[in-house]
Design a protein around this ligand. Structure first.
Ligand code: NAD
Length: 422
């Protein structure tokens, strides 16, 4: 890329996690010179040694990228970057949006800001954050004026960890800027690394795009979960219904029932939307209903498991239960907000002995208790009940028909024939 100010780096990424690291690696692989700034020293050192902390980036991909990419804890290096993307966490704390990471990153960037830099926020957040939180902090710590001295925009991240088809480069990217000059620079930057760039005019609209996408998923998952519970009462096989409905080539997108929703996005982002609309005195009623239904799924799973055991003259108390898959989705190690945690916590409350099997998750602590990890080659018939929580691809290699334990499957996996399904 050409650099107006002769910046040493095309891109500086602030926060090298599930979002920031793929951006840094992909940009380096598109021949950009990149630095990644992170406050986590261990992560920075591992990345520089070619050890990727996330599944979507292999060590060899990272090694290749390190030719034009380095991770650093030195914030001064941000002043050498033409474009800076902020991708730090936006969690909930006490059920409220927690923008402390964004504010702290804005301060770091602001203190090192130089004229003509382009600052883009990618963290998921409520509409208005770029204008009301990011810019005031950047201006305060830089003594410069956004839109004149430096340029600002928002671009929602659409990364789908574990997705083999829709990767960083071929997933269209929505971009916005606070004025025309900002937008043009931001568009040019993303066009250098992504196949298709979609422009929206305002940063609030771009922030809202992400919340719409994830609220849509949240609400539709809740709908299918509610229908799954009702179908069970009506003695209707919901899985057969979903499989048949999804053959409709138009007007229907299929969602599958499950033990709840997990990850950093689906359970969290709608809360950011609710927070914003409550400021104008309006709850998002769809979101609140969806939350109620999805949050009730772990206890529904426990109730169904208890019924299954009861029908087989067993009780949860002192039973041996194995949870297969504790990550929030298949083939990744991320357990953030995973419903497996609520399922396990509920089972522990009922005095069950719970173990887990997950090839991606090294250890699991629930309410201060270390949960025993079981290896795939263990005797799985040793358990009173197995709950299939996450449909990791590796589980396809297990012959479930040889397992004598009761099996409750929350995933509707076709290769498990001898299970009670959600
Ligand atoms: N994980 C996903 O699939 C996904 C998808 C789309 C959007 N998002 C959004 O992207 C944002 C980042 O999520 P993530 O999953 O990459 O988070 P993450 O926890 O994987 O990574 C965040 C990184 O930021 C670093 N960090 C925290 N504060 C910092 C600071 N002040 N300066 C520099 N580094 C700092 C942390 O050390 C960590 O390495 C969130 O807003 C999230 O909602 C995530």
């Amino acid at each position: 890329m050409s650099t107006e100010n002769n910046f040493d780096f095309d891109l500086g990424v602030v926060g090298l996690g599930y979002v920031g690291l793929p951006l840094a690696v992909q940009s380096a692989n598109s021949k950009l010179k990149v630095i990644g700034y992170d406050v986590n020293e261990i992560r920075v050192s591992e990345i520089n040694k070619g050890q990727s902390p996330i599944e979507d980036i292999s060590n060899s991909e990272l090694e290749t990228a390190l030719a034009t990419f380095e991770a650093t804890t030195e914030q001064q290096k941000l002043s050498m970057c033409e474009n800076i993307v902020i991708s730090v966490p936006t969690p909930l704390t006490d059920y409220q949006p927690d923008l402390s990471y964004v504010i702290s990153a804005a301060r770091t960037v602001g203190e090192n800001l130089v004229k003509n830099q382009v600052i883009i926020l990618e963290s998921t957040t409520y509409p208005g954050t770029t204008l009301e939180v990011l810019i005031p902090n950047l201006e305060r710590y830089s003594n410069m004026k956004a839109g004149d001295d430096f340029f600002v925009g928002y671009s929602p991240e659409r990364i789908d960890p574990g997705n083999e088809i829709w990767k960083f480069k071929n997933t269209p990217k929505v971009v916005s800027g606070i004025n025309e000059k900002s937008l043009l620079k931001i568009k040019k930057f993303y066009e250098s690394i992504i196949d298709e760039v979609v422009i929206v005019n305002g940063t609030k609209e771009a922030e809202m795009v992400k919340l719409l996408e994830n609220t849509y998923r949240h609400v539709n998952i809740a709908l299918i979960n509610e229908l799954a519970m009702l179908c069970k009462m009506l003695d209707i096989d919901i899985w057969e219904v979903v499989d048949a409905a999804k053959t409709k080539p138009f007007g229907f997108q299929s969602f599958r029932p499950g033990p709840g929703v997990g990850g950093h996005c689906i359970p969290v982002d709608p809360e950011y939307l609710s927070f914003k609309t409550r400021q104008i005195g309006k709850p998002v009623r769809f979101v609140e209903l969806a939350q109620e239904i999805n949050n009730s799924m772990p206890s529904y799973v426990i109730t169904r498991c208890s019924e299954l055991m009861n029908a087989n003259e067993k009780v949860l108390n002192k039973s041996r239960i194995l949870i297969m898959g504790v990550a929030y989705k298949k083939d990744i190690s991320d357990t953030r907000e995973s419903p497996a945690k609520d399922v396990i916590s509920g089972l522990l409350d009922k005095n069950a002995n719970v173990s887990y099997l997950d090839p991606f998750v090294e250890n699991l602590n629930i309410n201060g208790e270390e949960i025993t990890k079981i290896e795939t080659d263990s005797n799985l018939s040793d358990f009173d009940l197995i709950i299939i929580h996450t449909p990791h691809s590796e589980f396809k290699n297990i012959n479930f028909e040889n397992i004598s334990s009761l099996i409750f499957d929350t995933t509707g996996s076709e290769f498990i024939k001898n299970a009670e399904r959600i």
